[in-house]
Design a protein around this ligand. Sequence first.
Ligand code: CU
Length: 100
Amino acid sequence: MKIKIAAAALALSLAFTAASAVAQAAMVNGEVKKIDESAGKITLKHGPIKSLDMDEDGMTMVFRVQDPAMLKQVKVGDKVQFEAERTTAGITITKMQKGK
Ligand SMILES: [Cu+2]
């Protein structure tokens, strides 16, 4: 049983590492300020997002999340790294992971 769990954890961390290596270049640093699960929104203080023409550092704003499950992985005060895109529904986070 213990071995199975360790193997699963290892597989998960390998997948995580591979995904973050690919995404590295475009990831934006942020800090979670507020989470609104029912609305599928998260408030982040974030660094510059070149792809969205946001050059200033330390901007706090509300983002939609592509998948509500993303909101369960983080809590207020967490440092995160994310990718966001402008969509018809507003600025949407397409990827998010806890920062180091
Ligand atoms: Cu912003």
